[in-house]
Design a protein around this ligand. Structure first.
Ligand SMILES: Cc1cc2nc3c(=O)[nH]c(=O)nc-3n(C[C@H](O)[C@H](O)[C@H](O)COP(=O)(O)O)c2cc1C
Length: 206
């Protein structure tokens, strides 16, 4: 009985250790008309077999007097091994709401609390070349300020038989709407980016 109890306890303990060792990912994004949200959900689907994923959509209640104030989201990122940043491209850069989140991370920056986490990014726009690159570049600078390590897309544009990375952006996922719809190949690319982020983060747990 005692042995049995101790074996059971050890199995529970193993299970708990496995659970706590599982890679944690956070996807922090802003979306109004749902396109970036679809990308965020596809990133989640791609990562879910490898990591515990938390989707954090920046909501209007999170921003008070122009300041992002959702400490729960910031704590979710504190606990994550990898983070995906997502925002529509607005006027050639990330949305103001995403920037409000980034500005609220400055306390973490001063202590480099997010150093060595793996980061990736995705964005969308109306135009195929609507300055999405600038949004992705901003994400990389944010990641660098935090001492994070950037995970780009290792899919050469125009070379993938499945049509992933349609717009040929290897810094991160750039998409645009065709006749108001997100092409399936962009969703497939988002799933791939999520899987890659989870794989890289699981190999590089802090
Ligand atoms: C204020 C504003 C600025 C925008 N600026 C750009 C832009 O610079 N380049 C672009 O391609 N699309 C631009 N768009 C289009 C959005 O990126 C596009 O509608 C996107 O799908 C919105 O994402 P969401 O569906 O996740 O809200 C802009 C839209 C708005 C509302």
């Amino acid at each position: 009985m005692h042995l049995c109890q101790s074996m059971m306890a050890s199995k529970i303990c193993d299970h708990l250790q496995l659970a706590s060792a599982m890679t944690q990912l956070a996807i922090i994004y802003f979306s109004v008309t749902g396109t970036t949200e679809k990308l965020a959900q596809a990133v989640e689907r791609g990562a879910a077999a490898i990591a515990d994923v938390t989707l954090c959509r920046i909501g209007s209640d999170d921003i008070v007097s122009g300041r992002f104030q959702n400490e729960t989201v910031l704590r979710t990122i504190d606990a994550a091994n990898g983070v995906a940043f997502g925002s529509p491209t607005y006027m050639g850069g990330p949305s103001a709401q995403f920037k409000a989140f980034a500005d609220a991370s400055s306390d973490r920056w001063s202590k480099q609390n997010w150093a060595n986490k793996i980061a990736a990014g995705f964005t969308t726009g109306t135009c195929p070349s609507g300055d999405q690159l600038h949004t992705l570049t901003y994400f990389t600078i944010l990641a660098a300020q935090h001492g994070m390590l950037w995970c780009g897309l290792d899919v050469p544009g125009g070379e993938d038989p499945g049509g992933r990375n349609r717009l040929g952006s290897q810094l991160g996922l750039a998409t645009h709407l065709i006749d108001g719809t997100l092409p399936q190949s962009d969703l497939n690319t988002a799933e791939y980016l999520g899987r890659r982020l989870a794989q890289v983060a699981s190999r590089h747990v802090r």
